[in-house]
Design a protein around this ligand. Structure first.
Ligand SMILES: *Cc1c(COP(=O)(O)O)cnc(C)c1O
Length: 385
């Protein structure tokens, strides 16, 4: 099947997929094997050892490449392992410019591991793309963008950052975990690398941890493949299968995540006990115009601050929720609530997180695909009218 002739809602199901050669299985089998029989030394059927390649993982990697409009996909044991592989393209002395309001685990990997290897990270508020220029140097090798940002839902203009990165011959990587390719396709906007925590929306059912990268350029793909095989942070065949299955309903789930997200964002914005709501779909969101241009819809991730709330009161509020589960993570069919200051962003110093708006009382919602009326009733009993 010629992938490029398919629209997104068909690529999620068929993209990069081949009928099973053995028995015609509609889903690729879970090739739970470490090694493969060879007729003569080196005489195998494209698979020699499952760290290097596994057919179930290949099926997923092809699907990832297809849905992101890329050419090459690489799957890893977690989103962090995928980010780690990108950073291994760098050398001591290199500099990275990164979004300042960033997934906590990415910040920790940058600061606590890669700084020890002589790589310097500069954290910049990229909502104003010009702000990046003053941090550029001859040593800048990578720009790391997350949009919408976590948990503040800032929107960064990928096309504008790509133009700047291109001009200076710097790699641009976009963490597309929050948006998913249903909402935006960074490679089409000029990014070099798309990264996913497939643990979230791509898997979509909170039952697997897995990461992915997608690129267009063969040379870059070869380097990343070398790192994937040499460092070995691959995912197993069962997990590859689960994410592949998740991707098949991505477009349907995302449509509902966005519909429910809008209903909940508007409910919160109208609520007298809520002070601030962060969601890029609001006309008065500072980056709404970019979000509208760059994204197909606005997603189901929302952060808010209750009026006059404290660290303790915010924790009490999330503890009261019954349908929203208090948990790390996001992007599953079930609604989750989190308290970034004590959970996802607990590893970022209070001073640093408050600078970007992650205050003690901030609550983050991953709106699931339940009935929106039940979700509102749950929020209502927790917030109190
Ligand atoms: C969860 C997450 C990651 C890390 O992915 P894991 O699969 O948990 O390793 C990276 N970036 C973002 C935006 C995430 O939400």
């Amino acid at each position: 099947m010629k992938d490029k002739n398919l629209r997104f809602n068909s690529k999620t199901i068929h993209g990069g997929q081949q009928p099973d050669k053995g028995f015609g299985a509609v889903m690729p089998p879970i090739y739970q094997t470490s090694t493969y029989a060879q007729a003569t030394p080196g005489g195998h059927k494209g698979y020699a050892y499952s760290r290097s390649a596994n057919p179930t993982r290949t099926a997923l990697e092809n699907s990832l490449a297809s849905i992101e409009n890329g050419t090459y996909g690489l799957a890893f044991g977690s989103g962090m392992a995928a980010i780690d592989a990108v950073l291994k393209l760098l050398e001591p002395g290199d500099e990275v410019i990164s979004t300042n309001d960033l997934y906590g685990g990415s910040y920790r990997l940058f600061k606590q591991i890669y700084e020890n290897f002589g790589i310097t990270f500069r954290f910049v508020g990229m909502q104003n793309v010009n702000a990046i220029e003053e941090y550029l140097s001859a040593k800048t090798k990578l720009i790391w963008v997350e949009t919408p940002t976590n948990p503040m839902m800032n929107i960064i203009d990928i096309e504008a950052v790509a133009e700047l990165a291109n001009k200076h011959n710097i790699l641009l990587a976009v963490d597309n975990t929050f948006a998913t390719p249903y909402l935006q396709q960074p490679l089409d906007l000029g990014a070099d690398i798309v990264m996913h925590s497939a643990t979230k929306y791509l898997g979509g059912h909170s039952d697997v941890v897995l990461g992915g990268l997608v690129v267009k350029d063969k040379e870059l793909a070869d380097k990343l493949y070398f790192i994937q095989n040499a460092s070995g942070a691959i995912c197993g065949p069962m997990d590859s299968f689960l994410v592949l299955r998740g991707i098949k309903t991505l477009h349907v789930r995302m449509q509902r995540h966005c519909e429910n997200g809008r209903v909940i964002a508007e409910y919160l914005a109208d609520h007298p006990k809520i002070d601030k709501v962060y969601w890029p779909g609001f006309k008065d969101h500072p980056n709404h115009a970019i979000a509208k241009r760059q994204m197909k819809d606005f997603g189901g991730m929302i952060s808010f601050v209750p009026k006059g709330s404290s660290y303790e009161a915010a924790i009490k509020m999330v503890e009261k929720l019954k349908i929203f589960t208090l948990a790390e993570s996001l992007g599953g069919v079930e609604s989750l609530a989190g308290h970034p200051a004590s959970m996802t962003h607990g590893s970022i110093p209070k001073e640093d997180r408050e600078k970007v708006g992650v205050v003690d009382a901030l609550i983050r919602l991953s709106v699931g695909i339940e009935d929106a009326a039940d979700l509102i009733a749950d929020l209502e009993q927790a917030i109190g009218s």
